[in-house]
Design a protein around this ligand. Structure first.
Ligand code: PLP
Length: 453
């Protein structure tokens, strides 16, 4: 054992290996030294447990692996073959080419983020997407914050802190990531007044609950669940009527928020932002990265006077949106303004994809993978995801790979680079072409082929 230990090279000696030198030069000498020390330490441990001293070439490989592991960002690209279009765990909406370019441009240098070029003095970051949002929705005013959870928290805090907000029991939702409407209300310092029952809430339920302490009426989109059967909720227009009668603002948390009608894509109708504004909601909020298909953001639309209260609230500063987000959001909104969102915005392009087009891709993949295993093209369903359209699916064609252990295959695909995430059903691993970007196809097929060997 002592003899084996003495065979271990010094750190300096190991660093002379070509592969390590190249990495040290490309990245950092200090990190290479640490990686070499780690490799020598694990070899020493192995020797103490009875293994022979590994050859220098193997120690060099270990060092290179260590170094690469340290340098690899934990956030990496994933090929989404799940068929879930707005997959929150996989980063929600992929962005259009123009959106990405706008974000890169904003990141590259300085901008007039908070500078009024006309006046030559301090301006506001909140003017940037406002005009576009107003044009698209006909809302009086708009405000963009970090995300929709923040938007809801801000609206409640600024308008109802220390007072009551009335909401239907059927809308006390929890969405992924622990966002629960009752918790957000508590956090905002608003007292929650729940009315109606789980399945049915009527106008009179709201009316009976309205009192001195009432600050607003809140409606929340059901997001990721659906109530069916003997149900009733008060339509937004009626809530607005009530709001007028008692001079109370009506706040509508739309969740996903869409500018286009999902019914045109063979799906149920998801309430649009324009409909909520037209129905007279005082403030409407939604996400930037769900059905809107842009970067992560919380968008608030509605009345000037209320928006002024939000703008002046200290929480707005804490939720403020980044310049790259604003640039990306503007670029995405321009697609809608030009009427080109269905072909430009990836989430809409994916929703619009025909089964025939998907089948063509699936067949091509299947024939390329055929020699590697038992591969077939089968019928399946894609989902929209992102807390929109619960229970709604789109017909698709899947590439089904039959293997002894689909779990093993899925694990290998997840851990390689770029990571590939698909679905498992029974003894089959499934790939849905709908959510795979065309430019990722080659890489995806290569990874699957290698994983099947
Ligand atoms: C998704 C969602 C939110 C949270 O939006 P984020 O942009 O993820 O913060 C809030 N309310 C509803 C109804 C939602 O569906």
């Amino acid at each position: 054992m002592q003899k084996e230990l003495r065979k271990l090279p010094s750190v300096d000696k190991l660093l002379q290996e070509k592969a390590i030198q190249a990495l040290a030069e490309a990245h950092s000498h200090e990190l290479a030294v640490e990686a070499a020390r780690d490799a020598l330490e694990s070899a020493r441990q192995a020797i103490l447990e009875g293994s022979p001293c590994p050859p220098v070439s193997q120690l060099a490989t270990m060092t290179v692996t260590n170094l690469n592991r340290r340098l690899q960002p934990t956030l990496r690209p994933v090929i989404n073959a799940t068929g879930v279009i707005i997959h929150t765990n996989l980063g929600r909406a992929p962005l259009s080419k123009e959106t990405r370019a706008a974000m890169e441009k904003a990141a590259r240098g300085y901008s007039n983020l908070e500078y009024d070029l006309e006046a030559g003095k301090r301006g506001s970051r909140y003017v940037h997407a406002e005009e576009l949002l107003r044009q698209l929705t006909e809302a009086e005013a708009a405000l963009v914050v970090n995300n929709n959870a923040g938007a809801v928290l801000l609206m409640l805090t600024a308008l109802a802190h220390g007072r009551e907000a009335i909401i239907s029991r059927s809308q006390l939702i929890e969405i992924g990531g622990g966002f629960r409407i009752p918790d957000v209300m508590r956090q905002s310092g608003t007292r929650l007044v729940e009315v109606g029952t789980t399945n049915r809430t009527h106008r009179r339920d709201y009316e009976e609950a309205i009192g001195e302490e009432t600050a607003l009426l809140l409606r929340a989109h059901h997001s990721n669940f659906r109530i069916v059967g003997f149900t009733h909720e008060v339509p937004l227009v009626e809530l607005v009527e009530l709001g007028h009668k008692y001079t109370l603002p009506v706040i509508d948390d739309l969740g996903s928020g869409t500018l286009l009608d999902t019914a045109d894509y063979g799906l149920a109708h998801e309430p649009t932002i324009q409909e909520s504004i037209a129905a007279g909601a005082s403030l409407v909020s939604c996400s930037g990265d769900k059905l809107l298909g842009g970067p992560q953001a919380g968008i608030i639309l509605g009345q000037n006077d209320l928006m002024a209260q939000l703008r002046g609230h200290p929480l707005t500063r804490a939720l403020r949106v980044d310049k790259t987000t604003l640039a990306g959001l503007q670029a995405t909104l321009v697609h809608y303004l030009e009427g080109r969102a269905p072909e430009k915005v990836p989430v809409w392009r994916m929703m619009a994809m025909s089964v025939e087009a998907i089948e063509e891709r699936a067949q091509a993949w299947a024939s390329l993978l055929a020699e590697a295993g038992k591969v077939s093209v089968v019928d399946g369903r894609s989902t929209v995801g992102g807390g929109s359209l619960p229970g709604e699916t789109l017909p698709t064609k899947l590439v089904a790979i039959q293997v002894p252990s689909p779990d093993d295959l899925a694990r290998r695909l997840r851990l390689g680079q770029p990571a590939v995430v698909g679905r498992i059903e029974g003894n089959r691993f499934l790939l849905d072409p709908r959510t795979v970007m065309p430019e990722q196809e080659g890489t995806l097929l290569e990874r699957v082929k290698l994983a099947l060997i």
